[in-house]
Ligand binder design. Structure first.
Ligand SMILES: NC(=O)c1ccc[n+]([C@@H]2O[C@H](COP(=O)([O-])OP(=O)(O)OC[C@H]3O[C@@H](n4cnc5c(N)ncnc54)[C@H](O)[C@@H]3O)[C@@H](O)[C@H]2O)c1
Ligand SMILES: [Zn+2]
Length: 357
């Protein structure tokens, strides 16, 4: 049996490059030879044991590659074609998909709905930090990379661009809106870029890391607020003459940023939450106008599927958004343990790493 190199979760604190069999291709699958991938903040949670996955699972959910082999029932693609697949790989036929909630694809049980069902790579099935990855439901998930775009140009599409943009889209950003984005990690940066693309004309980004605030101005923000220099919600209310923002996007997943986002909204504004929270949230009565503020609170899980990927790549191809500068460091798959070390410790101003085959 042929073998491949794959970054495997061994135990908390250890993701190790190991040799694994190249997977067999089922009728609906496609086998990709991964040419470039990256590491996500979520992978760091997996590394630290904060998000449990099975021992021996290959990590990674952001693949750019070439079709090596197509399943017998897959049509519309060719072997050798350059493609990406989203971090979320919906089946296309679940109830959630048919309700339009592709990311939540997953079986409902008599005890409730299993959330996050669409997130399979590096979660419930082997992921793409490997020489090869098996893409399930290939006809729902494979999107051809337009001629002329490099791997690094489309590397953000599978996850952080899709997620960040979803923050602006779910928030219902409109032309002329004022938008605040709390946290300018890769997700928040993409949310700011998405808000600008949707027509927001004043974007206020909150973080403290100088390189990130600089990137934020490049990608979307008109103004930046350092959360270490005072209460950011108060600063935002001052900057908007007491009016508050139309949409506040939360891109960290903490009580503090959620609360600041709520407190910076205008009456009737929308809090669009992207962060992954690790404890219960409290909604302070005053920030919530006792339930009478006409506010909306919405959440989003990274949208996947080939049509979403096609749209995101068309944004890149149009030149309206350029996320390539977010790739600050480059490694090969053989160096992935080193890449995890740098990325997990946020050393050397790292934003995103590219891992090439
Ligand atoms: N909804 C989804 O589908 C989805 C997908 C991927 C990631 N996420 C989540 O999105 C969040 C952000 O991910 P990331 O990779 O961009 O994170 P990151 O850790 O790279 O960046 C977080 C940023 O937050 C900043 N920060 C810290 N405290 C802050 C504060 N009080 N106010 C403002 N900024 C603050 C940090 O300086 C840093 O720049 C995480 O919770 C992640 O799990 C959600
Ligand atoms: Zn991710």
């Amino acid at each position: 049996m042929s073998k491949m190199k794959a970054a495997v979760f061994v135990e908390p604190g250890r993701i190790v490059l190991e040799s694994k069999p190249i997977p067999d291709v089922g009728p609906l699958d496609a086998l990709l030879r991964v040419t470039t991938t990256t590491i996500c903040g979520t992978d760091v949670h997996i590394l630290r044991g904060e998000y449990p996955v099975a021992k021996g699972l290959t990590i990674g959910h952001e693949p750019v590659g070439v079709i090596e082999k197509l399943g017998s029932a897959v049509s519309g693609y060719e072997e050798g074609q350059r493609v990406i697949a989203g971090a979320i790989t919906p089946s296309g036929h679940s109830n959630a998909c048919l309700c339009g909630q592709h990311s939540q694809d997953g079986a409902g049980t008599p005890h409730g709905f299993r959330p996050l069902g669409g997130w399979r790579f590096g979660n419930t099935i082997d992921g793409c930090q490997a020489e090869y990855v098996l893409v399930p439901d290939a006809m729902t998930n494979l999107a051809a990379v337009p001629e002329g775009l490099t791997d690094e140009q489309v590397l953000m599409c599978p996850d952080i661009m899709s997620t960040g943009f979803a923050g602006a889209e779910s928030g219902g950003v409109k032309i002329g809106d004022t938008v605040a984005v709390f946290a300018q990690g890769p997700i928040g940066l993409c949310a700011a870029a998405g808000a600008r693309l949707m027509g927001a004309t004043r974007i206020i980004a909150v973080d403290t890391v100088p390189e990130r605030l600089k990137m934020s101005r490049f990608l979307g923000a008109d103004e930046v607020v350092d959360f270490k220099s005072g209460d950011p919600a108060k600063t935002i209310r001052e900057l908007t003459d007491g009016r508050g923002v139309d949409v506040a996007i939360e891109a960290l997943g903490t009580q503090g940023t959620f609360e600041s986002a709520l407190r910076s909204l205008r009456p009737g504004g929308t809090l669009s939450s992207l962060g992954v929270y690790s404890s219960d949230l409290r909604i302070p009565l005053d920030a919530f106008a006792a339930g009478l503020g006409d506010n909306r609170i919405v959440t989003s899980l990274c949208p996947g599927g080939k049509e979403r990927m096609r749209r995101l790549m068309s944004v890149i191809a149009s030149g309206r958004v350029d996320l390539k500068p977010m790739v600050t460091h480059r490694f090969t798959l053989d160096q992935i343990e080193e890449a995890y070390d740098l990325f997990a410790h946020q050393r050397d101003g790292v934003l995103k790493v590219a891992i090439a085959a």
